[in-house]
Design a protein around this ligand. Structure first.
Ligand SMILES: Cc1cc2nc3c(=O)[nH]c(=O)nc-3n(C[C@H](O)[C@H](O)[C@H](O)COP(=O)(O)OP(=O)(O)OC[C@H]3O[C@@H](n4cnc5c(N)ncnc54)[C@H](O)[C@@H]3O)c2cc1C
Length: 324
């Protein structure tokens, strides 16, 4: 069958688009390469959102959490309930690999066969592609770009790279579980926008020497049992068991290429789109959610992209009624 709309990505914003499509009476399907809200599922096990639960709500479904900031576990249950209560059509474990034109429609080639749609929303997030350190030794198994649980790091010498929310969470959590933690930070301070209840904690642990921090420094080489640092005082070689590179993530540009989505040639590398309608230069193909900010991954969140769903569907429906 030919769907009115195919949504790539079953994250919060892909789901919000599905809800709007359902409200508009369109035939739609969400294609998700992993589990429901796959990125959130892969967030650190004990993670707490910086947003309050009401700002993460979609489709008018109330998000009741135990505290004002919900946990990952509560978010997983919330989005499962949203899917259930709206009866959303989400095809899990179905990875979109390529897209091409098929007359006025688009043909999506996936790991589970082909799908054809009149319109497409790309809402693939940024949590699949880590920003690499690009240093020798990064390929060693002890180097992690995704963190889930502190237990593997008990009694281990851990280097945490970065100074934003994820790095601070990971440094504190592994320290409290008995790891010997060293932070390596490019800047001269902890990122000022770190969650307000985390920043004083990490700064005080650094001040008292419980967590060692090298500011204005970077890793230049990772070896099996040590790392080499470039610091303002010169080269330092420190003993090391694990490197947790919390250096951020970026959209999957290879996928954009396979979909035929053009990218801006400035440093943000955003998928080109009309900011009013979110339509890309491919007619009927839209981008939604955090990918719209390209490499500026701290600019867009769930809270300020939930509205993308209404914008896109309103444009899609009005365009259709004009051409009908
Ligand atoms: C640790 C962390 C904490 C965050 N905390 C907050 C917060 O407190 N508040 C907030 O508003 N934002 C937060 N964010 C930012 C952002 O809101 C989230 O990343 C959010 O998940 C983005 O929603 P999305 O729907 O745009 O993308 P995602 O949730 O990333 O969804 C994209 C989906 O697309 C799927 N996908 C990717 N490629 C394909 C493909 N080829 N085929 C099929 N499916 C594909 C992915 O598996 C994924 O499920 C946080 C981000 C991180 C990393």
């Amino acid at each position: 069958m030919t769907y009115d709309l195919i949504i790539i990505g079953g994250g919060p914003i892909g789901m919000a688009c599905a809800i709007e499509a359902k409200k508009a009476g369109l035939s739609y399907i969400v294609l998700e390469k992993g589990v429901l809200v796959n990125s959130i599922y892969n967030f650190p096990t004990n993670m707490t959102f910086f947003s309050t639960s009401n700002l993460l709500e979609i489709g008018g479904v109330p998000f009741i959490a135990h505290n004002d900031k919900p946990t990952r576990r509560e978010a997983l249950e919330y989005f499962r309930r949203v899917q259930e209560s709206w009866g959303l059509r989400i095809q899990l474990y179905t990875e979109v690999l390529r897209m091409k034109r098929s007359g006025a429609n688009y043909l999506l080639h996936t790991s589970k066969g082909d799908y054809e749609g009149r319109h497409v929303v790309v809402a693939t997030g940024f949590y699949d592609t880590p920003r690499l350190l690009n240093v020798p030794g990064e390929e060693l198994k002890k180097v992690k770009h995704f963190y889930d649980d502190p237990h593997p790091y008990v009694d281990q010498k851990v280097v945490v790279v970065g100074a934003a929310n994820s790095a601070c969470d990971v440094a504190l959590e592994t320290y409290y579980k008995g790891a010997e933690v060293t932070m390596v930070i490019r800047e001269q301070e902890i990122y000022p926008k770190v969650k307000y209840w985390i920043r004083p904690n990490i700064e005080n642990r650094i001040k008292e020497g419980s967590i060692k921090a090298y500011f204005n420094s970077r890793i230049v080489e990772i070896r099996p049992s040590e790392v080499v640092l470039d610091t303002p005082e010169g080269e330092r070689i420190i003993a090391n068991d694990f490197v947790l590179a919390m250096t951020g993530y970026m959209p999957n540009y290879k996928l954009f290429e396979q979909l035929g989505l053009p990218i801006s040639d400035d440093e943000d590398k955003t998928p080109l789109h009309n900011p009013e309608t979110l339509e890309t230069p491919l007619p009927g193909v839209y981008v939604a959610g955090v990918i719209n900010a390209g490499l500026q991954t701290s600019k867009l969140f769930i809270e300020n992209t939930r509205v993308h769903a209404q914008i896109i569907l309103a444009h899609m429906v009005s365009k259709d009624s004009v051409s009908a």
